[in-house]
Design a protein. Structure first.
Ligand code: ZN
Ligand code: ZN
Length: 242
């Protein structure tokens, strides 16, 4: 186990122990939430994605392929997102990513697993990696933390040494949409040839999809047959839903 893994495990264990001993206030409203990080009322009001295209997770009236996927399908074979990326999910994901609120990875994984266990499951979970330099700055990779929790809930192994980030790209969110595709070119490399046929890539948010698209492309090239993309939330253009 390297020092980053050790730090993340210790921080996580400490968080688990702390939350068992001390009732934690809800991260959104501050009221007592028992042993969970959100109270029941706040949990129930989170913006679920609902019916969506099975290939790209764009919201639709019914669960069917969207026009975009019929014309020009993305690299991944299936996508699952639980929430719409908007308030208060955006705030919670920022907390998970940058403010060490790792207890949220357990919360989100539990909610995602409830839905995911109804479908045929992949043989392996692969988190979208951070570049080593960014991992050192942040101390942990939120996608790996989420993948570890999903792994526990769904009983699927997780590997973070297969897909490597070899290009230190600026964060996608910091770039205009038009530049995001170029930013991700040649960002990934595969470190292992013994990969099962059906895998799921784990990330926090699915936005333009360029990041997962390039990761899925290198995995398909290695012979992986079915690649799913699982994220906590999906960004939706012009989201006017109530
Ligand atoms: Zn609350
Ligand atoms: Zn679609």
């Amino acid at each position: 186990m390297n020092s980053t893994d050790l730090f993340s495990t210790l921080a996580h264990r400490f968080g688990q122990l702390y939350s068992k001993l001390m009732p934690i206030p809800c991260l959104l409203c501050g009221s007592s939430s028992g042993n969970d990080c959100l109270c029941q009322a706040c949990s129930e009001q989170l913006p679920l994605l609902g019916h969506a295209c099975p290939r790209c997770a764009s919201p639709l009236q019914q669960t069917m392929l969207c026009g975009h996927c019929l014309n020009k399908p993305p690299e991944q074979d299936a996508s699952f997102s639980l929430f719409r990326y908007r308030s208060p999910i955006d705030r919670l994901i920022v907390d998970l990513k940058y403010h060490d609120t790792l207890v949220l990875s357990q919360f989100f994984a539990t909610q995602m697993a409830e839905q995911l266990k109804k479908r045929p499951l992949p043989q392996l979970l692969i988190p979208i990696p951070l570049h080593p330099r960014r991992l050192r700055e942040r101390g942990y990779n939120q996608s790996l933390e989420l993948a570890k929790q999903l792994s526990k809930q769904l009983n699927i192994p997780v590997r973070h040494d297969i897909l490597m980030r070899i290009k230190d790209t600026p964060p996608q969110a910091s770039l205009p949409f038009a530049e995001r595709k170029n930013n991700m070119k040649k960002a990934f490399q595969i470190n292992n040839t013994n990969i099962p046929n059906h895998i799921a890539l784990i990330d926090d948010v699915l936005t333009t999809g360029h990041t997962v698209n390039f990761a899925a492309k290198v995995l398909h090239e290695m012979g992986v047959k079915t690649i799913e993309v699982w994220t906590i939330a999906r960004t939706i253009k012009n989201d006017h839903s109530p």
